[in-house]
Design a protein. Structure first.
Length: 556
């Protein structure tokens, strides 16, 4: 039975006794009976009508998942069986990534500020096959533990989030692409600037070497400062050349919801990634928007196309820095016996940013609370990891899933990858469509779409203006539909009139006489009940119902 707090106005969880905003009472008996039974083992008098907070539910869900060996046995120093706010759930678990595929045989290239030879990338197997400092005449010496440089931190975090093997966490904070090979291109100069010219140099390097190293994915969690048309930007033009040559490029849109979309995220075929906030839980109902950039580009493109998790992301603390030293000390102090804690804090406090007055504190609970608050303030989650936020980390999660798809089917083209990700994404109802594009990436659905069948190959992207035949051709892939029709402003949105023809591998098509010059909007109508935008078409606009209409422009 819930208890109201007269002080905070919150409710007390009957399992952990913490005061929270709300309790959860609705359970899916088919899928959550195991969780309910587990709770009753520990709390015999508890009933479903008493409810539970979301963190307690996550606690029991994770415990069951560990028993099923989906998560590693990570020991007392990295226990996910804690309800403390600074314990972060593994990213792969939260995004529901398939653990079977680890991007084996796939090379991902990162363009970022700088990098470090992190243990999660090199200890078990050195997967960094090339490092190039674009700013220093292609210097190829990767910084190590003897020379920590704060410019290396951002790129180290993006690579480990994407492809770390979790060595320093005993496998807990393992990236989705944990077997991928990596190429690292540093673009931040000695003055701390990331210039257009250095990004251009990095893309040119990829153009010259992607065949040699078999680079299939490029992650860009950095952007050009200049806002321009993708037809004029050197960064965008090079990105489009690489995409045409079979390299998928993923770019973060940025973290300013009032800001512009910069190159390369503004480009036609670059996959631009925004963010969501899942509140560090496994309950999909708690997802809310992250403050990522969005909007219409100079070229009338709606960005982003996808969103993924952008906050509460486990990432490495840069080794050799004062932050890493402090984290190590704080966790050592937190594990100290109470009767020894005061003396140990007196010896170690100079290595932390704790208040120096604590050396005179005699109350052990006050000391422990100070340690906990410092850990939370700094976002530390272990001596080696912290939690971070930004679309810089949503992008490498998407890049990792793309590497999984390519591991399954290396013949996938950049266009196929876009279609798979966009058509399987899930729209979040409480977030405007313009802020989330096609929705939240669904890794397992994307993988299932490949595993179910040999993926189809279309001769052209939809819509295709066939100048020889004076027609416009439309395509959609759906291997479950019984009927699909095309409707739009060109036929007054008449439903079930322009029926499309099915063919092998779930490909549906229709051919119309070439329309008159002008702008048209359209959608596909599936089984007389579901309206679907054309995922092949990068031009779209809000439909007024928290979705998109696809846009077709016929010129002369």
């Amino acid at each position: 039975m819930q208890n109201e707090s007269t002080i905070t106005g919150k409710v007390s969880c009957p399992l952990c006794n913490d005061f929270v905003d709300r309790l959860l009472y609705r359970f899916h008996l088919d899928s959550e009976q195991v969780v309910i039974d587990k709770i009753k083992e520990d709390h015999p008098v508890w009933t479903q009508n008493d409810g539970a907070c979301s963190r307690c539910l996550d606690y029991y869900q994770v415990e069951i998942i560990q028993q099923q060996r989906i998560l590693p046995d990570i020991g007392p120093y990295f226990s996910v069986k804690s309800l403390d706010d600074f314990v972060i759930l593994p990213t792969g678990l939260r995004v529901d990534a398939h653990p079977r595929f680890t991007a084996k045989g796939i090379t991902i290239c990162f363009i970022d500020s700088g990098f470090y030879a992190h243990a999660d990338l090199i200890t078990k197997q050195d997967r960094i096959i090339k490092f190039v400092d674009i700013t220093r005449d292609n210097v190829s010496h990767l910084p190590g533990s003897d020379e920590p440089d704060t410019s290396s931190w951002h790129g180290t975090m993006t690579t480990v989030v994407c492809a770390g093997d979790g060595y320093l966490s005993n496998g807990l904070y393992k990236g989705i692409a944990s077997d991928a090979k990596l190429i690292l291109l540093k673009v931040q100069d000695a003055d701390g600037r990331i210039t257009t010219s250095n990004i251009v140099k990095a893309l040119r390097w990829i153009k010259e070497h992607h065949h040699l190293y078999n680079i299939r994915v490029v992650n860009m969690s950095v952007s050009d400062d200049l806002v321009s048309s993708y037809k004029e930007s050197e960064v965008d033009k090079l990105a489009e050349v690489l995409i045409a040559e079979g390299v998928t490029i993923v770019a973060a849109v940025g973290n300013d919801e009032n800001g512009k979309i910069h190159p390369p995220a503004n480009s036609l075929n670059v996959i631009a990634v925004g963010g969501i906030d899942d509140n560090n839980t496994l309950d999909g109902g708690l997802i809310s928007r992250y403050h990522s950039s969005f909007g219409v580009t100079i070229d009338a493109l709606q960005k982003p196309e996808l969103v993924s998790h952008a906050i509460w992301i486990a990432a490495p603390i840069l080794p050799g820095t004062k932050q890493q030293r402090e984290a190590t000390v704080l966790y050592d102090l937190l594990a100290t016996e109470k009767n020894q804690l005061r003396d140990k804090i007196r010896d170690k406090i100079i290595e932390t940013e704790l208040e120096k007055t604590l050396i005179n504190e005699t109350n052990t609970d006050v000391l422990i609370n100070a340690l906990t608050q410092r850990i939370q303030l700094c976002k530390y989650i272990s001596p080696h990891y912290m939690h971070v936020d930004g679309t810089s980390f949503a992008a490498p999660i998407v890049s990792a899933v793309i590497a999984q798809l390519l591991e399954i089917n290396p013949a996938l083209t950049t266009a196929m990858i876009r279609e798979i990700l966009f058509s399987t994404a899930k729209r979040i109802q409480n977030i405007p469509a313009i802020q989330q594009g096609f929705g939240v990436m669904q890794p397992r659905k994307a993988i299932l779409k490949i595993l179910k069948r040999e993926h189809y190959i279309k001769n052209n992207k939809s819509p295709f203006v066939n100048k020889e035949k004076n027609t416009v051709e439309f395509y959609i892939n759906n291997d479950c539909a019984e009927q699909i029709s095309l409707a739009g402003s060109f036929n007054n949105w008449a439903q079930d009139v322009l029926l499309m023809e099915p063919s092998r591998n779930g490909l549906w098509s229709i051919e119309l006489p070439l329309l008159n010059k002008g702008k048209y909007t359209y959608k596909f109508f599936v089984d007389s009940k579901e309206w679907v935008a054309d995922v092949d078409n990068p031009y779209r606009e809000p439909d007024g119902f928290n979705g998109f209409n696809s846009v077709l422009i016929i010129q002369n």
